[in-house]
Every structure is written in C-alpha cells, then in structure tokens.
Design a protein. Structure first.
Length: 397
C-alpha cells in the first residue's frame, strides 16, 4: 500500500475493541486531517479464560458495524501478520492496551519498535487505585514494557506523567494530555440515541448493572459478582417492576471460570436463568453511552464506571464497595465520593428503593470536583495528541 505524499501514516493495532473509545476520536480527527493517513488493523486476542488466541472476527465485526474500514490480520501464525503489518509501513502505531501477554508473539512491542514508532493511549479512563504496600503511583501504570519501549505515551493523569521522571528513561516521551475516552463518552451523550435491550419504550425502572472482573487480593479485588449473583437473580425474579441489563466487564465471565470462582456449568446455568426472566438481559457489545442514556441508574462494583458514569451523566452511581479492595488514590477517592456506597445486599435493596421512590442524592458538588480533577482539557485530548504527533513527525516529512 503506497503512502499518500506528505502524510503521516498511522496504524491502530486493535484487539481490545471494547476500549476503542480511547482511540476513536484520535482516529476520527486523523481522517479529517490532511496531515494523516490512519489505518485500523485488527488482530486475534487472548483474554482471561480464553484457551488460545482467536476471535479476530469479533474485532472485525465491531469495526464493520461502525463502518470503519480495516485491515484484518487473522493469522494463527502471527509472524505472517507481522509481515503484512510491515508492508503497510506505518510511521506510527497506536496501542490502547499495555499488557504484552495478551498479544500474539509477533506483535509484542519489541517487534513493533523495530520498524515503527509506537504510541500508547491507556484503554481505561482514569487511574483510581494504589497497589498494596505502594505509596504514590502504582508501578503497573508506568513500569511495564510498553511504557519503557513506546516512542510516545499520552496520559490522563499528571501524577502518572510525573512518575516517569524517576525512571531510567525519564519523562521526555510521556505527555499529559487528558483522556480521549472521557471526552468521547461526554460527546456521545449529546448525540447518541438511548438504547435499552429490553425496549426503550418500557415504563419500568431501568438498572444498568456493570460488575467488574477482579475477585482476589492479587489484582484490584473490587468484584462482588461471585458472592451475590444468586441474590441478584432472585431480586430480579421478585421485582418485575424493575428491568436489569447486565453489562459485564469483558474479562468477567472468563475470570470467574479460569480462576475457580464458578464452574463453567454453574455459570452457564446462572446465565440461562438470568436471560430467561422477562425483565432481565445481558448486553456485552452495545455502546456504553447508549446504555447509560437509557438507564435510570447504574449499579456497579467499580472501577472505571464510578468515575465515567458521573462524568458523563452528572448523576451518582450505586457503588457496592467490597471490603479489602485496593485502596483508592486521591482521584479514586473523588470518584467514590460521587456515588451512593453500599456494602451488602440489604443496603443495595434500600438504595434501589430510595432511587425509585425519591431519587438518589445529586452529589453535584462532588461531581464538579471530580470533573475538575479528571478532565483537565475538556474536549481537547485528541487534538493535543495530534499536535504532539505533528511536532514529533517533522523529521519524517
């Protein structure tokens, strides 16, 4: 594929399409610019619970549904895909996912930096927790191989950017730009039509249930699905005046089985019973903004949603706070303060009843404080990233 004269060719290497909104506005602005030639490239993936790499078709279908042209590298032998990627000859390559274990061998960053300049934009909206025993910025936010080898990093938190100052490489490649993900969600809320899998026209109270995938102290420890899913099923069965749409973290079902929290058979039975109820559904693929717009409230056990939901809707979420979760950092504390916290199923039931009868407290002040801290350049993150790229690419043109 020959390059357009004078344009900067940028490949977006994607398997974690669930977090495409971290890159989507960057891609859109590049499409509209005479300076860039963006290309989306889809590859197989291996998420928690997957036996092997695969499922590239789902990644491709996601972009097809968005009417985004893309190059498919659906090869079992990833080195064949790497050869095709090299033929595209990108000047830059964007990643939205840092953990190298989820990439096929040929797409690990050591191979990519041999022929292109790798840029990383975090897939999550905001860093909200500290690691146990660690004071300050969690090492997984700035000491992974992706962080060490990427040509440019575009970060959503000033403290994370500052942490690079104390690394061997320094912080010259790390830029505090804010996150396109939050900008994208906020923008979508103004131009997206509400979508509810059980029907937008329903007059019943609508709850969007968004459980996390972390169930043990070794990693985050926010998830409570494993301990309360049967209660939730019974609650939905007894409350036909409420509709529940389950939107699990993409890793959650795989984690439950792979880490032994539920057997595959028990999970399949629960899901069948859940989906069989007239007032419940499971949605793993719709846009979050459309679901948030349609719902009367969000119920979650964390992490990103306790920040994203109030930022884009200006409303509090009901947050089931699990004992023993990794401690919040200062930004995480601001996010948690916007929520209505519950700690067991009885408190959850009370919060739902209050929401139906009286509405939840506004948390206006807390949401404004979170917005000030979490959205430093409202609506400008992608624009700032493109400006940095243009400056960096001067030696290429």
């Amino acid at each position: 594929m020959s390059k357009a004269r004078g344009r900067i060719r940028v490949a977006f290497l994607v398997f974690y399409f669930e977090a495409w909104d971290a890159l989507a506005e960057i891609y859109r602005q590049m499409l509209e610019s005479e300076d860039f030639e963006p290309i989306v490239v889809t590859i197989p993936r291996k998420l928690t619970g997957d036996a092997d790499f695969g499922n590239e078709e789902a990644v491709s279908d996601f972009f097809t549904n968005l009417e985004i042209e893309h190059v498919r590298l659906d090869f079992e032998d990833s080195y064949r895909g790497l050869a095709e990627l090299k033929r595209l000859a990108p000047d830059y390559l964007f990643l939205n996912y840092p953990w190298q274990k989820n990439y096929q061998p040929a797409y690990k960053i050591e191979s990519l930096i041999a022929f292109t300049r790798v840029c990383y934009v975090p897939y999550f909206s905001l860093p909200l927790v500290n690691e146990p025993g660690i004071r300050g910025v969690a090492p997984h936010l700035f000491r992974q191989t992706t962080h060490r080898l990427a040509h440019l990093l575009f970060l959503q938190d000033r403290s994370v950017r500052d942490a690079f100052e104390h690394t061997e490489r320094g912080a010259h490649h790390a830029h505090f730009t804010g996150t396109p993900k939050v900008d994208s969600l906020i923008e979508k809320m103004s131009n997206t039509h509400p979508y509810w899998p059980l029907g937008n026209e329903s007059k019943r109270f609508k709850v969007l249930w968004a459980p996390h995938h972390s169930f043990g102290e070794a990693w985050l420890n926010f998830g409570v699905f494993d301990s309360m899913h049967e209660q939730m099923l019974e609650f939905a069965r007894l409350h036909h005046d409420i509709e529940f749409v389950l939107r699990p973290h993409p890793y959650m079902f795989g984690t439950l089985v792979a880490q032994g929290y539920m057997s595959a058979e028990a999970l399949a039975t629960w899901r069948a019973n859940w989906d069989a109820l007239p007032n419940t559904a499971t949605d793993e693929h719709s846009e979050y903004a459309a679901l948030m717009l349609a719902a009367d409230l969000m119920f979650t056990d964390g992490i990103s949603f306790i920040a994203e939901y109030p930022l884009v809707t200006k409303r509090p979420a009901i947050y089931w706070e699990k004992a023993g979760h990794w401690e919040f950092n200062p930004l995480g504390e601001l996010a948690a303060a916007t929520t209505v916290r519950v700690h067991d199923f009885h408190e959850f039931e009370q919060a739902i009843q209050q929401a139906i009868e009286w509405g939840l407290p506004s948390r206006k002040t807390e949401i404004e404080q979170l917005f000030s801290a979490a959205v430093p350049y409202p609506g400008q993150s992608a624009e700032r990233i493109l400006a940095i790229l243009r400056s960096d690419a001067r030696d290429l043109l």
